[in-house]
Design a protein around this ligand. Structure first.
Ligand SMILES: Cc1ncc(C[n+]2csc(CCOP(=O)(O)OP(=O)(O)O)c2C)c(N)n1
Ligand SMILES: [Mg+2]
Length: 360
């Protein structure tokens, strides 16, 4: 019933953009800015992200990392967008893009340590221009807008990309960040991973907007709506947003449409609420093999290379978890550090209890 109450989409908004064909009736397109080496680098990034995600689910089951936010199926959104950036540009991940720093040369052990709740997982955002992983929904949107505005005020070339979900577009912080970014023409690309679920809340219970990209109109910024399974469509859309940002024309909203085909996180049981047929259909359109098939049709990828890339990613992960587990245990005192300038007396008692539990 809710669907019938929806406002008609704006005619100004294009349909979902795609570049990768299906090897059958829909022909492949091409994007500017990626030669064969660029395409293969993009492929390596997707496989690295995929391998990180799959290994992390296993590490979680083995008790080696804590609760983990699975991002299976969104590698195209993450890799496509990062490859549209220069190294000096900024990335603002949510928990769903926790491993995006890998594409900037961040050590897997660092991110695995973050999921182990270990301080070795705290990084300096200036090192790789990757902001801290944001767990509160949408609170990093104003941070990204502010940082991008600062770059503009300083006359620097850089821009920022901020990642968030469909649910985040209902949050005040999203509204405030998007609004001010457009007012001050901040060089920012807002990338919305519309997986159509906010934990167990479906999109139609989240918003009455027909498309999330329609929200951009209210802020006075252009929007692009792409197939989130298509890494080249994401790349192309973010590249356009980045070009606008660098030209001083302000932010762009990119809605990448997918369907969440994995649990929200390792602590979630989606069988209670999700449509298994939609999940199966989405998994059929898995972005990694879709891109691999495109590269094979182009004659850029063969079996040997695909196997080597996968083996390299697995070796990186094996070394990563070993390094994360080799970290000495964290000081339990850190649970309380940095929370208060003047800690209340009750915290001191709690800390004493905690230290007793740890035998210190
Ligand atoms: C401010 C805030 N409110 C509530 C939560 C609890 N929470 C964690 S994930 C989530 C759903 C977010 O959905 P969406 O923005 O679509 O992102 P997705 O998880 O689908 O990537 C919620 C409500 C939170 N982390 N932060
Ligand atoms: Mg979502």
């Amino acid at each position: 019933m809710r669907a019938s109450m929806r406002v008609e989409p704006s005619p100004a908004m294009p349909e979902l953009r795609r570049v990768i064909g299906d090897g059958d009736g829909h022909p492949d397109g091409e994007v500017e800015g990626l030669d064969d080496a660029g395409l293969l680098a993009l492929h390596r990034s997707m496989v690295l992200l995929r391998t990180y995600d799959e290994r992390s689910v296993t590490y979680h089951r083995q008790g080696r990392i804590g609760t983990y936010a699975i991002y299976w199926g969104t590698e195209a959104i993450q890799a496509g967008s990062v490859h549209a950036l220069e190294d000096g540009d900024w990335v603002f991940p949510s928990y769903r893009e926790s491993a995006i720093g890998l594409l900037r040369g961040m050590a897997p052990a660092t991110i695995l340590a973050w999921w182990r709740g270990h301080p070795a997982g705290w990084w300096d955002p200036r090192e790789h221009h990757v902001a801290s992983i944001c767990v509160p929904i949408a609170t990093h949107v104003p941070h990204a807008a502010g940082l991008a505005w600062g770059l503009r005020l300083r006359g620097e070339r850089g821009c920022a990309v901020c990642y968030f979900g469909d649910g985040a577009t209902s949050e005040g912080a999203f509204h405030e960040g998007a609004n001010i970014a457009a007012v001050v023409k901040a060089p920012l690309v807002l990338v919305c991973n519309n997986n159509q679920w906010a934990i167990s809340t479906p999109l139609e219970a989240q918003t009455a907007a027909a498309r999330l990209s329609d929200k951009a109109i209210g802020y006075g910024m252009p929007a692009l709506r792409v197939d989130g399974h298509d890494v080249l469509a994401v790349y192309e859309a973010v590249r356009e947003g980045v070009a606008r940002a660098r030209a001083g024309d302000g932010p762009t909203f990119v809605e990448a449409v997918t369907y969440r085909s994995a649990p929200h996180a390792t602590a979630d049981d989606p069988s209670l609420y999700i449509d298994p047929e939609r999940v199966a259909a989405d998994r059929e359109r898995d972005c990694v093999p879709a891109f691999e098939e495109y590269l094979r049709r182009l004659g850029v990828l063969d079996d040997d290379r695909a196997a080597a890339v996968r083996e390299e990613a697995l070796a990186i992960m094996r070394a990563g978890i070993e390094a994360a587990e080799a970290e000495p245990p964290a000081d339990p005192e850190l649970v309380f550090a940095h929370a208060y300038a003047d800690p209340p007396a009750s915290l001191a008692r709690d800390l004493e209890d905690l230290m007793r539990v740890h035998g210190r």
